[in-house]
Design a protein around this ligand. Structure first.
Ligand code: NAP
Length: 531
């Protein structure tokens, strides 16, 4: 049996919940389906110890409803995973969304019927939904990747991936533990496990730049200050490249005299968070400038880590700061001063296999009871290509994207009419405060759908020309930055066989917002509209 709808939203995280709310406001018959047991998306699945957002609470929250943002009180400077999950559950209740959300429902396929101008969407449980509009709010970082290490089935201990963490507490007390991966998730989990574990081996393939968060309870004064002028606060975020509140020096780093430059870095090191990456206007575009920040951060590692050999292993080399996501955590480097923690350099001696009792690398065997894989995600394209999506003329998304993702504005793909993507490849998504990007996308999609319905438009898709131009523009923007110069997940470099294409839009939130707004106000230039 199939259920007929006006719109189907896939995913009930930040993007999906907001999209559902907006389409309900438009009076559409709409449903959201969500694979998890709860709403929350990435914040439902990533419940590993220490999981916390690295953007400040007020920034990492919805702006679309004035009462919501004024009522909600964040408890810490950076929101923890449980608090964000509570917030998203509150949003689901507050806007009466739950009756329109079907949980534990994983979409497996979507097929467009050209004649009827509608999508037929199938789930793992063999349900079918028919909908005119299909909105993919599947998240950029929602398909975990576990490397194919041989022997994992023979391991007699327990193993976990950070992005699929059990709901019950995992007790590390007295256990020998290995954490594989030192990205944002690995770094956060390491400092939490270390105090409990008998011994912790941190298996590092690439050393990461980590800056302190300086998390603390959110003081009432700060909360009141933001709430007193929330509109201005939101506007400043939208006017900034990253969609965040960072203070940037006027002159480029390379033109700033050394003592002044270091003082600027020191100030931001004390402030905490990703502010360091925005310290100077040219850090993301000029490698010489970026080197000055890298040098500053390397010196900090040497200062914090007692053992010089360990400090050396933990010191990132060979890529600019920020080209792989800058990591925010307070106790990571000092954790290596504990006698029960070792960093294992698996770049020089890679993991060969998992054995019954631990991990075998090229230079030894590490006996462990627990393995934590913090090995990341098949980012941006993975969650979409994990669904068998077929558009017009039997075009399959996996074929269309075989050489890398192609979109128009990150929102639409030619030959896939009436399918919209929230925070997809080709949008600023992961290169920005993703909540700002999802809100821009959701509002834009809602307005487009309203326009279509007001004007008798039955189908809309990106034209191949507009899509090509956008892909070209996205590529061009990235080559003017330091981003493509590291083996990062932004480029798909973490997934064997994935095409090496820089996927996000690197032009910043203001330019992206302006372009999307111009497209809308010009009657949706670049879209083929069928009446
Ligand atoms: P990640 O950044 O992709 O890190 C994965 C780690 O696993 C890297 O150190 C990687 O090494 C390593 N790895 C992957 N495959 C491996 C293999 N076959 N053998 C050995 N090591 C391997 O993933 P993540 O830490 O989950 O973070 C992903 C993104 O999620 C972040 O960049 C961020 O955007 C978001 N996130 C945010 C927060 C936060 O807000 N605080 C927390 C968690 C995640 P290489 O570097 O050599 O590839």
């Amino acid at each position: 049996m199939s259920r007929k709808l006006d719109a189907l939203v896939v995913g009930a995280g930040f993007g999906g919940l907001h999209m559902l709310h907006r389409l309900k406001q438009l009076g559409l018959d709409v449903k959201a389906v969500e694979a998890g047991d709860s709403v929350g998306g990435t914040w439902f699945w990533n419940r590993y110890p220490g999981a916390r957002c690295d953007f400040e609470s007020h920034d990492y929250s919805y702006s679309f409803d004035s009462d919501l943002q004024n009522e909600w009180v964040w408890s810490e400077r950076y929101p923890s995973q449980p608090e964000i999950l509570r917030y998203l559950n509150h949003v689901a209740d507050r806007f009466d969304l739950r009756s329109s959300i079907q949980l534990q429902t994983r979409v497996t396929a979507a097929r467009y019927d050209e004649e009827l101008a509608q999508w037929s969407v199938t789930t793992e449980g063999n349900e079918t939904f028919i909908a005119r509009y299909l909105i993919m709010a599947t998240g950029a970082l929602s398909l975990p990747q576990i490397p194919a290490f041989p022997g994992i089935d023979t391991f007699s201990g327990s193993w976990y991936h950070t992005a699929n963490w059990p709901t019950s507490k995992v007790d590390f007390t007295g256990k020998r533990v290995a954490v594989v991966g030192t990205g944002s998730s690995g770094v956060q989990v390491v400092s939490q496990i270390a105090p409990d574990a008998e011994h912790l081996f941190v298996m590092q393939r690439t050393a990461a730049f980590v800056v302190p968060a300086h998390n603390r309870p959110l003081d009432a004064e700060r909360d009141a200050l933001v709430k007193a002028s929330y509109d201005g606060f939101r506007q400043r975020a939208l006017d900034s490249f990253l969609g965040l509140h960072f203070d940037t020096e006027l002159n480029p780093a390379v033109d700033t005299p050394e003592p002044e430059r270091t003082a600027a870095y020191e100030r931001r090191w004390e402030i905490g968070g990703a502010a360091l990456l925005a310290a100077f206007p040219d850090l993301l575009t000029n490698t010489d400038s970026n080197d000055t920040l890298a040098t500053f951060l390397r010196a900090k590692i040497e200062e914090i880590v007692d053992d010089p050999a360990t400090a050396k292993t933990l010191t990132p080399q060979g890529f600019p700061v920020g080209a792989k996501r800058l990591i925010v955590d307070s106790e990571y480097y000092s954790t290596f001063n504990r006698s029960n923690v070792d960093v294992v350099d698996i770049s020089t001696s890679p993991i060969r296999r998992i054995t019954e009792t631990g991990i075998e690398t090229a230079d030894g065997h590490y006996e462990v009871d627990v393995i934590v894989f913090a090995t990341g995600f098949d980012a941006l394209t993975g969650p979409l290509l994990n669904i068998d999506i077929t558009g017009k003329s039997q075009t399959q998304l996996k074929d269309r994207w075989a050489a890398g993702p192609t979109t128009y504005l990150g929102l639409s793909v030619s030959d896939f009419p009436n399918m919209f993507v929230v925070a997809g490849p080709g949008s600023p998504s992961v290169l920005s405060n993703v909540v700002r990007c999802t809100e821009l996308n959701v509002e834009w999609i809602a307005q487009f759908i309203e326009h279509m319905s007001d004007n008798g438009i039955t189908a809309a898709e990106a034209s191949p020309e507009a899509e090509n131009q956008w892909v070209h523009h996205v590529n061009e923007l990235s080559t003017a930055t330091i981003f493509p110069t590291a083996n990062s997940w932004y480029l798909g470099a973490n997934i064997p066989g994935k095409p090496r294409v820089f996927m996000p839009y690197a032009g910043g939130i203001p330019a992206y917002r302006q372009t999307c707004s111009d497209v809308a106000s010009s009657g949706y230039t670049g879209f083929q509209l069928t009446h």
